[in-house]
Design a binder for this molecule. Structure first.
Ligand SMILES: Cc1cc2nc3c(=O)[nH]c(=O)nc-3n(C[C@H](O)[C@H](O)[C@H](O)COP(=O)(O)O)c2cc1C
Length: 186
């Protein structure tokens, strides 16, 4: 199966992050998907428009933009912090403002939290930014009581979450126009 490149953004830098676990779970069940860029997030400096010139652009930003531009879509797995978006994610998206990296491309949003809300406010806060970047949003996934549903290594231990991931990835496949999951899962 030919793999399709999709940009990954993880909005948590925590070592045993549930959001990284969600990306790992996606990778495991989606042999047709090549997630790129997730490791770059730590190297992106805080947005500084003065550095957004060919001579001064940080190399990590240049690489991140190139990856976004070559990707067919994006998966953003990002926590809710203080009832809003992760600054890590917002900073990464702000660096994409001067590129066409997400323009017209499907984006799957995912969030998880140990509590009841599943981080929905963190995702909701990202929506205006993503629409401004001309992204096409597919139905998001929010995971409440997440530590009981997914392990830090990406193992999904909840049948409902399993099904929701399959449905979301099928939607993403259709929006991208490429099969990412084997037919028997789709
Ligand atoms: C500074 C901070 C603020 C947080 N604010 C919220 C919040 O507003 N709502 C919520 O549901 N969880 C909140 N949390 C809990 C996160 O949802 C939880 O730590 C989650 O596991 C973070 O994702 P991670 O496991 O990928 O690091 C907050 C956590 C931190 C560290």
């Amino acid at each position: 199966m030919e793999r399709t490149t999709v940009l990954a953004i993880c909005g948590s830098l925590r070592e045993s992050s549930l959001h990284r676990a969600l990306l790992t779970a996606v990778e495991r069940r989606t042999p047709g998907l090549l997630l790129v860029g997730a490791e770059l997030i730590r190297d992106l400096p805080l947005l500084d428009p003065d550095r957004d010139t060919p001579a001064r652009l940080p190399s990590a930003v240049r690489e991140f933009r190139l990856l976004a531009e070559s990707a067919r879509g994006a998966i953003i797995s990002s926590p809710e912090y203080v009832h809003s978006a992760s600054g890590v994610t917002k900073n990464a998206l702000d660096w994409l403002a001067a590129s066409t990296g997400l323009s017209g491309k499907p984006v799957l949003l995912m969030s998880a939290s140990p509590g009841q809300t599943g981080g929905i406010r963190g995702l909701a806060a990202l929506v205006p930014t993503l629409l401004a970047l001309d992204a096409v949003l597919v139905d998001p996934i929010t995971v409440s009581h997440a530590s009981a549903r997914i392990l830090p290594d990406g193992e999904v231990v909840d049948a409902g979450l399993d099904l929701r991931l399959d449905i979301a990835l099928e939607q993403l496949s259709q929006a991208i126009g490429r099969r990412l999951v084997p037919a028997h899962l789709g």
